[in-house]
Write a protein that binds this ligand. Structure first.
Ligand SMILES: Cc1ncc(COP(=O)(O)O)c(C=O)c1O
Length: 409
């Protein structure tokens, strides 16, 4: 196929998407058709280094051969039984996930938002049954600028006008405090508070890292006041920040941890609620479920995804390459850049407002073979697969340098 014909096919696909699809995303106009490791190719055959990893769902790299093998093998044997019956993949999935994370109980779900919803339901019930909170009075403390998904209850406690606008009436029972402010959290606690729910690093808000000691103080507060600490590690978890879970950077352990995204290495939606404090023990048959949650295909894929993450040293690689990437980005002399920040391979370059928005720089990066995404107008988020090598980081840095310094290499 000629380059021209491929371009027309790409334009045609974009046209069809616009005509038939709900307009709920504003993607870069690149139509991807293949991925391998850190690389992606579009329908015209152009190659790009992926600096988004599907919002950290592809930590293990695109189409990891061992996850693919597990998926194909399981798909040819058994894909779905529903939880009306048992399947032979669920128990080993539980065992391996519990061993990896130190959890005592696991609730398998599909999307990240479902894991968040499931945690909210469970801690409310725990509050009534274990803590004796009066019926329908349970409160959960959340943080401003959070991102936990798109369902009604979850957007009910979003502070983003785009996420909420026009979607009311909202689910009650949430109190919002500033992220990173433990004193504000303490002041918001009432006798009806059953849980706090927060991201260890706010991803969608632009990779916002709380002050040192914040998570430790939140942990202390939760312990002192008998409140469940829920950490949403759907984006930060599974190696992204250079540790298995981001909570480890502060040496804390949440009571309930939410994971998703990279739990399947990007092959399939798999999420889980992990509980260290028997909170999940309040659920009884008939009170919660999901047709696809815990299905054998999901479990087999997740088992392989966890295995390669550990066996292939991806978590350590995220720490090493992430520190180097961040240091080198910070060394780029550009008057567009306000701040470079991040942890592991969860990085962000925040531009000055005068730079005119991050989108144009993402377009420029795309033209040079890097796919990165703007977030909140002025921030370029950088989150490549955790398999990235030093040479590939250097390759990316040359392009970031060119775009941020306006040089034309
Ligand atoms: C921290 C966090 N929680 C929850 C979600 C929602 O996950 P999903 O899109 O799979 O519903 C996301 C997705 O970006 C996230 O980053």
């Amino acid at each position: 196929m000629t380059q021209h014909a491929a371009k027309l096919i790409g334009a045609d696909l974009i046209g069809t998407e616009s005509r038939l699809g709900a307009y709920n995303y504003k993607p870069l106009d690149v139509v991807l058709s293949r991925g391998e490791g850190v690389w992606l190719w579009d329908v015209e055959g152009n190659r790009y280094l992926d600096c988004l990893s599907a919002y950290s769902a592809v930590n293990q790299g695109h189409c990891h051969p061992k996850i693919l093998e597990a998926m194909v093998e399981q798909a040819s044997k058994l894909t779905l039984t529903s939880r009306a019956f048992r399947n032979d993949q669920l128990a080993p999935f539980y065992e391996e996930l519990a061993a990896l994370t130190g959890s005592h109980k696991i609730l398998p779900m599909n999307s990240g938002a479902e894991a968040v919803e499931s945690a909210i339901k469970t801690v409310r019930k725990w509050g009534y049954e274990v803590r004796g909170v009066p019926e329908n009075q349970a409160e959960i403390i959340v943080c401003a600028d959070n991102f936990h998904g798109r369902t009604i209850s979850v957007v009910s406690f979003s502070t983003d006008p785009d996420a909420r606008g026009g979607f009311g009436p909202f689910t009650p029972g949430f109190r919002t405090v500033p992220f990173g402010d433990a004193a504000a959290m303490e002041a918001a606690i009432t006798p009806n508070t059953v849980a706090v729910l927060l991201e260890p690093i706010q991803g969608e808000a632009g990779v916002v890292i709380p002050p040192p000691g914040y998570l430790r103080r939140v942990r202390e507060l939760c312990t002192e006041r008998g409140i469940v600490m829920i950490l949403d590690e759907i984006q930060t978890g599974l190696g992204r920040t250079g540790k298995l879970l981001a909570e480890e950077h502060e040496g804390v352990e949440a009571d309930v941890t939410l994971i998703g995204k990279a739990l399947s290495g990007g092959f399939y939606p798999v999420s889980a609620v992990l509980s260290n404090s028997e909170v999940l023990g309040v659920l009884k048959p008939g009170q919660h479920g999901s047709t696809f949650g815990g299905n054998p295909l999901a479990c087999a894929v997740a088992r392989a995804a966890m295995r390669v993450l550990v066996e292939e040293g991806m978590i350590d690689n995220a720490a090493t390459q992430g520190a180097y990437f961040q240091e080198q980005l910070a060394g780029i002399r550009s008057n567009l850049v306000r701040e470079v920040r991040g942890r592991g391979l969860m990085l962000a370059v925040e531009l000055h407002p005068e730079a005119g928005g991050a989108r144009r720089y993402c377009e420029d990066l795309r033209a040079r073979g890097i796919l990165a995404k703007d977030t909140h107008d002025h921030t370029i988020r950088i989150a490549p697969p955790l398999v990235i090598t030093r040479e590939q980081v250097d390759w990316a840095l040359e392009r970031f340098d060119a775009v941020l310094t306006g040089s034309h290499s």
